[in-house]
Design a protein. Structure first.
Length: 317
């Protein structure tokens, strides 16, 4: 079933684009420096070009910065896929496309990408980090900070009752990101024998905006046949669920601004008769990645692996 930009994607993107700088890695804010620092682009020796083209009206080249101790990429104009392959003795044939978040303006490549992929590979699952194309941000860090200040101003309530309403928050066109996800899926299919992947057990897991892309791909792609999905702290709005939708594992913290007491996407999957598992954690905020000590969301990843196992996605064939 084809739909327009989904409710989850709309809700996730409008909220994430407005608050992602404040919320990403909030769990480590007390222990790390929230200042934005320039960062030389790290080596990505295993990254494979997807050949999906560039980004229109992009004045800047890809650059990196560091915040809360984590590396982040922005102004990504060339999509890549980085495999994290398990030890052959552990490999079970399952595969997961991992999509980091960052409001579609940057990517939390380590916290929501490489670390997650390595954790999957350590448990026998072939994982592939998708560095997808992004919306343009100002070339300089000063410009980035100024744009974030304007974003915060647009969502911070004013004490002045006569103040003009804030400008509408952006709603992105996800055609580039969907094309990148489809290219990643196609590459995994094409190299399945080389990478030891069972093509009937390819799933996708995403965080924040990456969860929005995971959902958007699930509901809109005509070429991706995902076996399972895992939107982690994505938007919670209701969806029109196709009959062939994959089983879903979802997790979010109750103190995440994207939750807001909403269970719509869970009810949509339930009403459609598609297997769904949902974990609402007491705390963890937004952007907890694999998890950090001191909050209950820290335990989601082993539960996700147990869910995969109980649904026979980890059964070697």
């Amino acid at each position: 079933m084809k739909t327009n930009l989904t409710s989850l994607t709309r809700r996730a993107l409008t909220a994430i684009a407005s608050l992602s700088l404040l919320s990403v890695w909030v769990a480590t804010a007390s222990a790390q420096d929230g200042t934005i620092y320039p960062l030389d682009a790290p080596d990505e020796p295993n990254a494979i070009l997807l050949g999906t083209g560039g980004v229109e009206n992009q004045p800047a080249s890809e650059s990196w910065f560091r915040q809360w101790g984590e590396p982040m990429a922005r102004n990504v104009t060339t999509a890549t896929l980085t495999p994290f392959l398990p030890d052959p003795d552990k490999a079970n044939g399952a595969a997961v496309i991992v999509t980091p978040g960052g409001g579609f303006r940057w990517l939390s490549m380590n916290n929501e990408g490489w670390k997650v992929a390595q954790a999957l590979a350590d448990r026998g699952v072939a994982a592939f980090v998708l560095k997808y194309r992004l919306q343009p941000t100002p070339p300089t860090l000063e410009g980035l900070k100024e744009s974030m200040n304007r974003t915060f101003a647009s969502v911070t309530p004013s004490d002045d009752e006569n103040a003009p309403p804030p400008p509408p928050r952006p709603r992105w066109d996800l055609s580039n990101q969907l094309e990148d996800a489809e290219a990643a899926y196609a590459m995994i299919l094409d190299r399945a024998d080389e990478w030891g992947v069972d093509t009937d057990r390819i799933g996708m897991i995403g965080f924040s905006a990456g969860a929005g892309l995971t959902m958007h791909s699930t509901l809109n792609s005509e070429t991706m046949k995902l076996a399972f999905i895992g939107p982690i702290y994505g938007g919670m709005g209701p969806q029109e669920v196709p009959e062939d939708a994959p089983p879903m594992f979802a997790a979010i913290a109750s103190d995440d601004f994207l939750f807001n007491g909403e269970f719509g996407v869970i009810k949509s999957w339930y009403n459609a008769g598609i297997p769904v598992e949902f974990h609402l954690y007491q705390n963890g905020g937004h952007g907890f990645g694999l998890g950090y000590p001191g909050n209950t969301a820290n335990g989601w990843f082993p539960v996700f692996m147990h869910w995969l196992d109980e649904n026979d996605f980890l059964e070697a064939k």
